[in-house]
Write a new protein. Structure first.
Length: 372
């Protein structure tokens, strides 16, 4: 009875944390501290994701050997396995264990045989955090092989808190910057050998990589770099014309800047990979920003046309819907974003990190533009 009360109290505490306006890292650290008291674990790992690509953008973790991070990323993006985040993202149930996925035979999993078992770890619990049809983060917990397995009650616990964690991670993208940062002159370049050792880097790359939240966690490379490199290798393996495909991931840095990381193979050095790190363009930012406010696909379409200065009648004609339907969409959009007008909508979404890039992209000064 006492244990049940403690678990319910921990669940309510975690739900409260998810809606307390914490930044992404602080939220995840606080949640894991609460979990340890009612659901002991040996290793935890929780990453944020780009909802469009499902690539990892940064992680907090504990009890995990540094070399295991790239191995886990490679397993997720390059290997056939059980209980993968991509599978959970498509499943009705966003939480499962490796034991359930392998039907009781953990040795069927390459991840278990090659990474978990050698580290003395047993079963694994994984969850994805979905909100508004998009995945905003992913988590895995591990217990030592000699300890109690994860139970159906543990799965139910995470199924209950997963939507709240998704909402918290999504909302964290809209918070004010954590720190200031110097101006950026242009893109940065990071060149990696096939073994992911650093061949060369530019000052711009070092500056922008320094803004990533997991760059200082004793990792040779940030998680986002591992993610785009693994996706590139997957494309090279599976796609005949992989040279034309350039995987990328968008993420928000500690300074509030939106960054884009692109990976490609160098044409004259086939054993080297180039990572371009740059400020994300308005075209890259806009869909993600609109998703963070929980707008439906149709509401995102309407908002995009508002940004272009189209009138209600023009939006109606372009989307083949009535003007009344457009007005209903606008009301829903204003309610979700917390504004009262088109002008306020544009200011709310772009005034901080996004508007300077939009103005530059359009070749106009911010004070010269006004929504129709």
């Amino acid at each position: 009875m006492y244990a049940n009360r403690a678990i319910e109290r921990a669940k309510q505490d975690i739900i409260h944390l998810c809606h307390a306006g914490l930044d992404s890292r602080a939220l995840r650290v606080a949640v894991f501290e609460k979990l340890q008291s009612v659901m002991p674990y040996a290793v935890f790992w929780c990453a944020t994701t780009d909802p469009s690509t499902l690539l990892f953008t940064g992680a907090v973790h504990g009890g995990l050997e540094v070399h295991a991070v790239p191995a886990l990323v490679s397993n997720e993006l390059l290997q056939e396995d059980f209980n993968k985040f991509t599978d959970l993202a498509k499943s009705r149930q966003p939480v499962s264990t490796l034991q359930l996925a392998t039907r009781g035979d953990l040795t069927r999993s390459p991840r278990y045989r090659e990474i978990l078992e050698p580290a003395g770890l047993g079963n694994e619990l994984r969850a994805v955090f979905r909100s508004g049809g998009a995945v905003w983060g992913a988590l895995c917990l591990h217990r030592e092989k000699r300890f109690t397995d994860f139970t159906a009650a543990d799965v139910q616990f995470f199924a209950a808190i997963a939507p709240h964690l998704a909402a918290g991670l999504r909302a964290a993208l809209l918070l004010d910057p954590v720190e200031t940062a110097p101006a950026v002159d242009g893109p940065g370049l990071l060149v990696l050998a096939d073994d992911l050792s650093v061949v060369a880097t530019t000052p711009g790359a070092e500056l922008l990589l320094g803004e990533l939240c997991d760059w200082s966690q004793n990792l040779a490379l940030p998680l986002a770099v591992h993610a785009v490199v693994s996706r590139l290798r997957a494309l090279e393996r599976d796609t005949p014309h992989a040279a034309s495909a350039i995987p990328y991931v968008r993420l928000r840095s500690r300074s509030g800047r939106w960054l884009a990381l692109h990976a490609s193979r160098l044409s004259r050095a086939a054993d080297q990979i180039a990572i371009i790190i740059e400020l994300a363009t308005p075209h890259e930012i806009a869909p993600l920003v609109l998703q963070t406010y929980g707008l439906t696909p149709r509401e995102q379409e309407v908002t995009a046309l508002v940004f272009k200065g189209l009138s209600t009648e023009d939006i109606s004609a372009q989307l083949c819907i009535s003007t009344l339907t457009v007005q209903q969409h606008l009301k829903a959009i204003f309610d979700k974003v917390g504004v009262r007008s088109r002008r306020d909508l544009v200011a709310q979404i772009f005034a901080r990190s996004y508007w300077p890039a939009v103005a530059e992209d359009q070749g106009i000064a911010p004070e010269q533009w006004s929504p129709a």
